[in-house]
Design a protein around this ligand. Sequence first.
Ligand code: MN
Length: 303
Amino acid sequence: MVLEKYRQKRNFASTPEPAGDIALASARARQARRREGLFFCVQKHLASHLHYDFRLEHDGVLLSWAVPKGPSLDPKTKRLAMQTEDHPLEYGTFEGVIPEGYGAGIVMLWDQGTWRPEVPDVAAALKKGDLKFTLDGYKLKGSWVLVRTGGRYAANAAADGRSWLLIKHRDDWAGDVDITTFAPRSVMSEGDFEDILAADRPDVWISNRPAKGGEAGAMLAKIIARAAAIKSGTAAPPDDVAVTRRRADSSRRSAAGASERDTVAGSRSSKGPARGRARTGTAPPSAGRKPARGPAARKSGGR
Ligand code: MN
């Protein structure tokens, strides 16, 4: 059944993620044949580990791969992409906080746009384990390929066949800029993880954090502290070098009048995603480059 695995893994009473509309999925699968571009997105997901969920619309659902290091614009850098369960189309514009359970953590809409297969038959390409395609997102563009690893028969092995590589083809959109570092923020809210958390419930993980140890745990601890600071209207914690500098500047200027610290905190929190928008997943603000429309824009009303 469509989206069966997706639904099995989640308790929709406790997660803000969309349950997925099966009728919408089949309607979109039919429409897709008449439309030019199919939807794609990349969601940056800080859960037990940081990863980037790469999703391509196909047959009314979002084919999904978890890319631990995120996409690379360098054709020499092949990025591991573990195929995960198909997601509903409505998931494509989801951004927010998963308080507990499967995937608990923070989801950011890191990129979105349209994709076009470079092959006549996507189903056959997936079966073969070699899908070439073109992306037209805010951050990712040009020609790419997903190649299944593990040899010709890996697709038939019970547990395997989920392991792919995401590779940029050499074209005008390739380069050596580290896109995950260069453009770390949301294309929907323009916020970072702490802004998304601050717009939701910064106190949600006081008792039980989804990531405690390691890199993800340290990252999450900082984000929680920053989110709490944004929410309470104070500046970020003192370990943030940029903010420490801003504070120093602000105290130098405070003799001249208004506190810059307040201005900084105020503008940061106003940039954060509104709770309602993050939950319902309406279309993103047009960045003046390419109005990428999310699938959920056609049908909101779910949460
Ligand atoms: Mn994920």
